[in-house]
Design a protein around this ligand. Structure first.
Ligand code: FES
Length: 680
């Protein structure tokens, strides 16, 4: 039995006996306690802060007396004078063990600190990035034992950090010598070690202790928009989020038209590659500016994207993705230098990781959703739908996970809709239609009031009412169906059939008038028969994809539905179900996950082990190809009705009573006017 003092670390509970005089940082390392350090115990980085506790700790079986740690020393005093230490904090590399002690490691001192995600289904991201900072003191050169500066830096990393081998490219080598001398042989290096690497790569070097931070970009490269999150690689904090339109839109609105552009125009793929890379460079500069950091501190970028975007980003001709059997150039993940992709506005030696693709139509964005939502760990059967121009669909539980994608087109995002617009101030995002009067009330982005509430007009005075965004059009169509303005086939009734003058003739069909400010030079916002058809096509594609996966799984219903996607969070689950976008499920089992693909990108950015995990998960996912599956068409046609021609929606029926299925089957104006729906 040792007489050495006992050191107990919280929150880990790890404990051990250590000789008097052992620094707390050393004790933590020997026990495998997660205590950070960049300077290697030199008392300059302050990453190793700890809080000792004094008194009786029956739970741990120790009494901690005054003097359990060494006296506050000059290094700590200097740090406190310069930067300030919180009361009660000590530097773990300076304070040494003198008696039994209980040491708390605060979250900000933990290397693998957890970053809690905001979404309801949040799981924490454990910080374990591929690129980290190391401060080292390098031996000065000696004429009598000649070695290169890089070799002495390598030796210092081996001795001080136990890092066995490193590599440095020519551009790094050219700044190595001046930096070492400027730092008086003390430097900080950023080392990148990917999950498949044996050797750490020196990405950057700074004289002395680098305190400017280290950043990464998680980029969700969509066909329509490019969204980026600038993330602090030490804390996991998102410093700024920004997005822009994918400039490839000028070559074609959807994926297949871009593939056609590449097919029809020699060099077209190169043009599109150049356009998207330039946009990413601009986005990186803009987001760094917004966060007030130097873009050169961005040392890593993770991309998630669909297969066509993936190929165009990498400079690969996407032509094979336009025809069966939809062969990818590679479905594996990619780790490469940012410079290889002409990303020039971030650090010159930044590294890029692109998640693996699942299949020719099911991309790295779907893999990112799988990483974020983890269907393979769900005990109940969960359907995850990432709503976008192309819907990515996952169905699974702990036994099996299936994936497919479905070409929904951009209607859900407000495109191809007569009064459609992007989700921006002035856009109608929520709408209700009174089932009796057939009058609408709505909410507009930029105000939290309904249009019939006091103060609404003042709120929207500057933006006006400009159109309907994706979530708005979904609600509008579902509300029209519930109010009896629309029959099951998707036909808008006439004023006579529906009993409202808001149903106005438009050519040989009808439209429903939501808002008219044309007298003041503003827009006339309607839902036309063409809009309904566009939404029907989109939702049928989505439903048919989900249904195909259910067939493959041999089930008729799912336990849970998760709506993901940039605007998935804004979709009303009830309206999505009235529309028949998603299969029937109890409404309280339908949830939103926000931008799950973006979250998956952020997980892969912050946690290098998750890259190996998603690569394994993707290999195990069963891919279902919608384009060549004959049943897809059958499901698509049946899904055209609102909510569905043949599939029952018993859970929906518990909360919503839909009016007569057709204007032609006995729905005279009066009776349809009197029909009520119960609001959920
Ligand atoms: S390890 Fe850097 S200050 Fe303690």
């Amino acid at each position: 039995m040792t007489n050495d003092p006992l050191v107990v670390f919280t929150p880990s509970g790890k404990r051990g006996h250590f000789p008097v005089g052992t620094p707390i940082l050393t004790a933590a390392r020997q026990l495998g306690v997660d205590l950070d350090s960049v300077c290697g115990g030199r008392g300059i980085c302050s990453k190793c802060q700890i809080t000792p506790s004094y008194g009786e700790f029956p739970k741990h079986g120790v009494t901690v007396r005054d003097g359990a740690l060494s006296e506050w020393n000059a290094v700590e005093q200097r740090y406190d004078d310069k930067r300030g230490l919180k009361t009660g904090r000590r530097l773990g590399c300076q304070a040494t063990v003198q008696g039994d002690v209980v040491i708390d490691v605060p979250p900000e001192s933990q290397v693998h600190r957890q970053v809690v995600r905001k979404a309801a289904t949040a799981r924490a991201i454990v910080m374990d990035p591929a690129t980290r900072l190391y401060f080292v003191v390098v031996e000065e050169p000696d004429m009598h034992s000649p070695t290169g500066d890089l070799e002495r830096l390598e030796r210092a990393l081996r001795q001080q950090w136990d890092i066995q081998s490193v590599s440095a490219d020519l551009s790094l080598l050219s700044k190595l010598q001046p930096t070492l001398r400027k730092g008086k042989w003390e430097v900080t290096v950023a080392l990148h070690k990917g999950h498949n690497d044996d050797v750490s790569r020196i990405v950057e070097i700074w004289p002395g202790l680098h305190e400017g931070g280290l950043y990464g970009l998680a980029i969700d490269l969509g066909s329509t928009t490019i969204a980026a999150h600038l993330t602090d690689l030490e804390t996991g904090e998102v410093k700024a989020s920004s997005g822009l339109m994918n400039p490839q839109i000028r070559f074609g609105e959807d994926l297949m038209s871009r593939v056609s552009y590449a097919m029809m125009n020699p060099g077209g793929d190169k043009e599109m590659t150049k356009a998207v890379r330039e946009a990413i460079n601009d986005l990186a500069t803009a987001i760094a500016d917004e966060a007030g950091i130097d873009a050169g501190l961005i040392v890593e970028t993770v991309f998630v994207c669909n297969p066509v975007m993936h190929h165009l980003l990498l400079g690969l001709d996407p032509v094979e993705l336009g025809q069966a059997p939809f062969a990818l150039a590679t479905s594996e993940s990619m780790s490469l230098a940012a410079r290889e992709m002409d990303l020039t506005t971030i650090n010159a030696r930044a590294q890029v990781y692109i998640l693996p693709c699942i299949a020719g139509h099911v991309g790295a964005d779907c893999a990112a959703v799988a990483l974020s939502e983890e269907p393979g760990k769900s005990k109940d059967l969960v359907l995850i739908v990432d709503v976008g121009t192309n819907a990515e669909i996952l169905l699974g539980n702990t036994t099996r996970v299936l994936a497919c994608s479905s070409p929904t087109g951009p209607a859900f995002e407000g495109a191809q809709i007569s009064s459609g617009q992007r989700a921006a101030p002035g856009a109608i995002e929520r709408i209700e239609i009174d089932p009796v009067t057939k009058e609408p009330r709505f909410r507009v982005i930029g105000s939290d009031k309904w249009s019939d509430e006091e103060g609404f007009d003042a709120d929207i005075a500057t933006t006006g009412i400009t159109g309907i965004c994706g979530s708005g059009i979904i609600e509008a169509v579902a509300e029209m169906r519930m109010a009896g303005l629309l029959d099951e086939s998707g036909l808008i009734g006439s004023a006579e059939k529906t009993g409202t003058q808001r149903c106005i003739p438009e050519g040989r069909t009808h439209a429903y008038l939501i808002h008219d400010s044309s007298a003041d030079g503003g827009p006339r916002i309607t839902v036309t028969q063409g809009d309904i058809r566009a939404i029907q096509l989109a939702k049928s594609a989505l439903y048919a994809g989900a249904r195909l996966l259910m067939d493959e799984m041999n089930v008729d219903k799912v336990d849970r539905v998760v709506l993901a996607g940039a605007f998935g969070a804004h979709i009303s689950t009830k309206h999505a179900m009235v529309l028949g976008m998603i299969p029937d499920a109890p409404l309280d089992k339908v949830s939103s996950a926000g931008n799950a693909a973006g979250t998956g990108a952020r997980i892969a950015l912050c946690n290098v082990a998750s890259r190996a995990e998603i690569e394994r998960v993707v290999r195990e996912i069963t891919k279902v190809e919608t384009a060549i599956e004959p049943k897809f068409q059958e499901h698509f046609v049946a899904a055209n009705a609102i909510p569905h021609k043949t599939d029952p929606f018993p859970e929906l029926a518990k909360v919503v009573t839909l009016p007569a299925p057709s204007f032609n089957t006995g729905g005279d104006d009066e009776t349809s006017g009197r029909r009520r729906r119960r609001r959920a």
